[in-house]
Design a protein around this ligand. Structure first.
Ligand SMILES: CC(C)(COP(=O)(O)OP(=O)(O)OC[C@H]1O[C@@H](n2cnc3c(N)ncnc32)[C@H](O)[C@@H]1OP(=O)(O)O)[C@@H](O)C(=O)NCCC(=O)NCCS
Length: 172
């Protein structure tokens, strides 16, 4: 088990978060999109202003995972924004969980996921939800082990490209 430290991200972490978000998304998914679509998505989704907004929002929480003082991963959780008819205002969503490639597969992601789910369980009154790319089988296995099951599908926009995503739910 790694000695990585998990801590809640604060306002001063906005730049680090945006940089890490773009780097980890690109490392995971860049090969799937035309460069212009990827660039448009990264600019919009991971702008520093967006990170500042998440960090200032009390309904949302971000964690950084640090190893030897450097950020190697993060998770973002908050109100559920997934398009499913049974989502209610009290529902929570794990919105993102990413580690840099060199730090994957060593148990760190499971720890980060547990931290996020514990917070969601404590803060939200409804069920917990996750959206995951239909072909991300590794992440789906991890979520399944944590009690999530597939209850729907939707399309996620990356630039002009549309991804096929699964909607997962864990009931209370
Ligand atoms: C998903 C992720 C956070 C899991 O963290 P991790 O530290 O690699 O995972 P752990 O070592 O705790 O292993 C738990 C499970 O995660 C899954 N997993 C492992 N490596 C993975 C990878 N590279 N991509 C996706 N899932 C992975 C597997 O189900 C693994 O269990 P298994 O070894 O029994 O198959 C991490 O692998 C990652 O950042 N992947 C790329 C980004 C991503 O896919 N994020 C999820 C988007 S919804």
């Amino acid at each position: 088990m790694s000695q990585a430290l998990i801590r809640r991200a604060e306002a001063r972490d906005a730049e680090t978060l945006s940089r890490l978000s773009a780097e980890t998304f690109s490392a995971t998914f860049a090969h799937l999109y035309p460069p212009a679509d990827l660039a448009a998505f990264l600019d919009e989704a991971y702008a520093v202003e967006r990170s500042r907004g998440h960090l200032a929002d009390p309904a949302t929480a971000t964690w950084l995972m640090e190893e030897d003082g450097a950020a190697v991963g993060y998770a973002l959780a908050g109100p559920c924004g997934l398009p499913h008819p049974e989502v209610t205002p009290g529902c929570g969503e794990l919105k993102r969980i990413y580690l840099l490639p060199a730090f994957q597969g060593g148990g760190r992601g499971s720890r980060l996921l547990r931290t996020s789910l514990d917070w969601l369980e404590a803060e939200k009154t409804g069920d917990l939800w996750i959206g995951v790319w239909s072909e991300n089988l590794g992440a789906q296995r991890l979520y399944e082990r944590m009690g999530f099951e597939k209850v729907g599908e939707y399309a996620f926009k990356v630039g002009a490209a549309l991804d096929h995503e699964f909607i997962l739910r864990r009931r209370r």
